[in-house]
Write a protein that binds this ligand. Structure first.
Ligand SMILES: [Zn+2]
Ligand SMILES: [Zn+2]
Length: 351
């Protein structure tokens, strides 16, 4: 990926967009939606520029950097995409580095922000769908090598029922490789030792001022969890894969950053393809997500795990426009390697 100039702007400087709430958004002509979407993007872009200029002018001295940081390592789905890798989110709080889900390409994305797989010793899984776990062996095993982190402590994984067994089975699957590397003295045995924890709703991790709370959500594999991460009076909430769920509303209240999944399909596909109806029933439409945002009022709402069914393009999905039929606050569509610094305001860095 070509590295473009970093764009920084302050969310608090960006005015909430207000649009007329239309009673039946699905009935809106595509053309109209395109125009509105273009207007939103144009307005958004000009506000970003204004925010950057304002920040440059008023902040000659370096802005204090927060030690509570979130990076979207993968914002995609099971679909193969070079733009959106599999679901994974890195939360850094103080000295803690917590990884949430490990989808396709997670170790590669980490290398792009100079985080070595060996630095990851704590992984939290929202659920056991493969798109959230296929990158796990890469982080776990590549992290044992000397050049990629040389992990020397156990690799702990928290997740729904089945997580402990999955980690035991993975250890068996890779036994020959692990044993050989230990035998040759290439790796530290503890660094290759996985430890799975089957969790229940509630506080599942608490250390060095960081608290991780798991809550149940509604998906098509049970149980599935969302997470709330609390640190120094600030919070980040991850919806996990879910349809509209009251638990996300309850646990999302007062969050600085709410990262939510979203899913869309063409209306005609929904009528003609029963499987799409089923898939959409276990994910969240933009209108439903807007309802969650309206009820939780996060400083910033971000879409990740962007499900586009059929051959739908992101532009034709009108995610922001559709969200604004039920939410008039700030929402953005997340991109891989977007970083959020959480403090009194939420600062965004794009790569
Ligand atoms: Zn998923
Ligand atoms: Zn899923």
């Amino acid at each position: 990926m070509k590295k473009s100039a970093l764009r920084k702007f302050s969310v608090s400087l960006i005015l909430a967009l207000t649009l007329t709430v239309l009673p039946t958004p699905t009935a809106i002509l595509a053309k109209d939606a395109s125009q509105k979407e273009a207007a939103i993007l144009a307005k958004d872009a000009s506000q970003k520029e204004a925010a950057i200029l304002a920040k440059d002018a008023s902040q000659k001295e370096a802005a204090p950097t927060s030690d509570f940081k979130v990076t979207l390592l993968g914002t995609g789905t099971p679909l193969l995409s070079m733009k959106r890798f599999g679901p994974a989110t890195l939360v850094e709080a103080g000295g803690e580095k917590l990884l949430f889900d490990a989808g396709r390409g997670v170790a590669l994305r980490m290398s792009q922000i100079n985080v070595m797989p060996g630095e990851i010793t704590k992984l939290f899984l929202t659920h056991l769908h493969s798109d959230h776990t296929v990158g796990l062996p890469d982080v776990w095993l590549t992290g044992t090598l000397t050049t990629t982190g040389h992990r020397s402590t156990e690799f702990e994984v928290w997740g729904p029922a089945g997580t402990r067994t999955m980690m035991e089975d993975l250890e068996k699957a890779y036994k020959r490789d692990i044993d050989t590397r230990i035998e040759h003295g290439y790796i530290v045995p503890e660094g290759a030792k996985p430890m799975g924890h089957d969790i229940k709703p509630g506080i599942v991790y608490e250390k060095n001022g960081v608290q991780v709370e798991a809550f149940l959500v509604s998906h098509d594999i049970d149980p599935s969890f969302g997470y709330r991460i609390n640190y120094k009076g600030h919070s980040v909430v991850l919806s996990g894969d879910t349809t509209y769920n009251e638990n996300v509303v309850q646990h999302g209240k007062g969050a600085d950053l709410l990262i939510h999944e979203v899913a869309v399909a063409k209306p005609e596909d929904l009528v003609n393809i029963p499987a799409f109806q089923k898939i959409l029933s276990v994910h969240t439409t933009p209108e439903q997500a807007g309802k969650v945002f309206s009820q939780t009022k996060p400083k910033l709402a971000v879409y990740s795990h962007v499900v586009l069914l059929g051959d739908m393009s992101e532009a034709s999905a009108h995610l922001l426009y559709r969200t604004q039929s039920t939410y008039d606050g700030k929402v953005i569509v997340g991109e891989d390697l977007m970083t959020f610094e959480i403090g009194e305001e939420v600062n965004i860095t794009e790569r």
